[in-house]
Design a protein around this ligand. Structure first.
Ligand SMILES: Cc1cc2nc3c(=O)[nH]c(=O)nc-3n(C[C@H](O)[C@H](O)[C@H](O)COP(=O)(O)OP(=O)(O)OC[C@H]3O[C@@H](n4cnc5c(N)ncnc54)[C@H](O)[C@@H]3O)c2cc1C
Length: 456
């Protein structure tokens, strides 16, 4: 994997004159953003006599982003990582935040935002360059997803599907044919991916998958149905867990790739959950759906390989969305307490309310340290199931606490759809269920503790 180098990239506070940037988004040639430079070993500041600019279309950073106030944390970000974080934050607040409430209210997946991210080189960042990506690590992906969620959680969810488990699985366990067919298109956001595991009777109990794929030599014939598939309404390629043999539980389960439009494959009813209403979640129906034998991604009996891929993905998709949502909620709560006057003085002058803000900040910082630490550990080859589960569970529950407290601090405004507080809470709530419930993750933590393979 090509890793970030030390030199050759602008610091967050050294971004070139605003007039040197243009405002293109979708359709812009890739490779112009800081991600491209960082992934290529830092690159040169000057390429062919032209100064390499940070991501295009972004105005000057607000003053509070020009110094790094996050020094001294357990995971200290490199200059490149801070640049990625700050550039994505600026891009998302300028381009994605204004449409976030409408995407939620209209149940509309903000797919154009992924095109904008692709134009700036922020899609496919974990894929190696030979597959059209940048070869960055999990921590960089965490930073991108966190900043997207701060502005628009639906964008962050869609990003974490199409830049998440499905391409990661194809990369690590797919054939070269499948890698070449799909990965470059995902990296350019020309095609989108979804991941389909859950069924009516297979939620936490993945080994109970009943959707069946039967080989007839040249093809697999799939029958059954799936639930809760995020991005189903926009995805082009679906990784589908299927029962391939009569072996009980996980032993009989494998995975196939199914393309939208394949005869016998229907994207069914839109499924409306409490939050994340712009993620195009739907059920999938397979009726004698035939896919070529080469689309078999994982034969039965090798679920362990897929679960290992999922462990990495669990830290990049769901927990950073919790960080972003909580930070957004805290930011709005701080502003509300300063702006609103009751009993002749701003709410912010009540010490009891100040302490609530302090508790929210402590909660966010603790979760961030856990999430960044878990991502960095995997990047450094120190994979630990328990560490990922601890980070995910803490971040999930933190986001519910913080977004709920923010609603309380805003009073009735906190519950009004005219303000973002209630959306932050609704979006945060499902994170404790998706990607393994907090109970299932507690099971994993306890299992590792009892085995003695995780020491606190
Ligand atoms: C926002 C969101 C996005 C999602 N996206 C996708 C997607 O893209 N693709 C996909 O396939 N699925 C997706 N899901 C579905 C998700 O994977 C399942 O909801 C999850 O695995 C839990 O399954 P379940 O809902 O059937 O709950 P169940 O498994 O029925 O669990 C119900 C309750 O029992 C608890 N429980 C179950 N077993 C145990 C146990 N052994 N020990 C202790 N407690 C237990 C659970 O923690 C939970 O509290 C998504 C869900 C959400 C909320």
């Amino acid at each position: 994997m090509v890793r970030s180098g030390g030199a050759g990239i602008h610091a967050a506070g050294d971004r070139g004159a605003p007039e040197q940037r243009d405002s293109q988004g979708a359709g812009e040639p890739r490779g112009q953003g800081p991600v491209r430079e960082a992934g290529r070993g830092g690159g040169a500041v000057h390429a062919g006599g032209v100064r390499c600019l940070p991501a295009k279309g972004i105005g000057a950073l607000p003053a509070h982003h020009q110094v790094d106030r996050r020094k001294g944390r357990i995971v200290e970000l490199t200059q490149e990582q801070r640049l990625i974080r700050d550039t994505v934050h600026a891009l998302a607040s300028e381009r994605f935040a204004p449409g976030a409430a409408a995407a939620d209210r209209q149940y509309r997946p903000p797919l154009d935002n992924l095109k904008v991210l692709a134009g700036h080189g922020y899609t496919g960042i974990f894929l190696p360059e030979c597959h059209g990506g940048t070869g960055l690590g999990l921590l960089e992906t965490v930073l991108v997803v966190e900043q997207l969620a701060r502005s628009c959680a639906n964008t962050a969810m869609l990003y974490s599907c199409t830049d998440g488990a499905t391409p990661r699985a194809i990369l690590h366990i797919g054939s070269e044919l499948l890698r070449q067919r799909y990965l470059p298109a995902f990296a350019k956001a020309e095609r989108y991916a979804a991941w389909s595991m859950s069924e009516a009777n297979a939620g936490s109990d993945v080994g109970n998958v009943q959707t069946r794929a039967v080989s007839d030599g040249q093809h697999y014939v799939i029958n059954g149905s799936k639930l809760w598939c995020t991005a189903a309404q926009v995805a082009d390629v679906f990784l589908v867990l299927v029962r391939l043999s009569d072996e009980p539980g996980m032993k009989g389960v494998g995975a196939v790739l199914v393309e939208r439009g394949t005869p016998g494959f229907l994207v069914g009813k839109h499924l409306d959950l409490l939050g994340l209403r712009g993620t195009g979640m739907a059920e999938l129906v397979f009726q004698d759906c035939r896919v070529p034998a080469e689309n078999l991604l994982l034969p039965a009996g090798r679920m362990k390989d897929l679960l290992q891929v999922l462990d990495a993905d669990r830290i990049t998709g769901n927990p950073p969305i919790c960080l972003g949502l909580a930070q957004a909620a805290l930011g709005h709560a701080v502003q509300h307490l300063k702006d609103r006057t009751q009993f002749g003085r701003p709410l912010a002058q009540n010490q009891g309310l100040q302490w609530k803000l302090a508790d929210m900040a402590m909660d966010i910082e603790a979760a961030r340290a856990l999430v960044y630490g878990a991502a960095q550990a995997i990047d450094q080859g120190r994979q630990s199931v328990a560490q990922v589960s601890i980070a995910k569970t803490f971040a999930n529950e933190m986001a519910v606490r913080v977004t709920n407290q923010a609603m309380q601090l805003a009073g009735a405004y906190g519950l009004s759809e005219e303000y973002p507080f209630e959306r932050y809470f609704r979006d945060a709530r499902g994170m404790s269920i998706g990607y393994g419930t907090t109970e299932i993750h507690r099971n994993s933590i306890a299992r590792e503790l009892l085995k003695g393979s995780y020491l606190v």
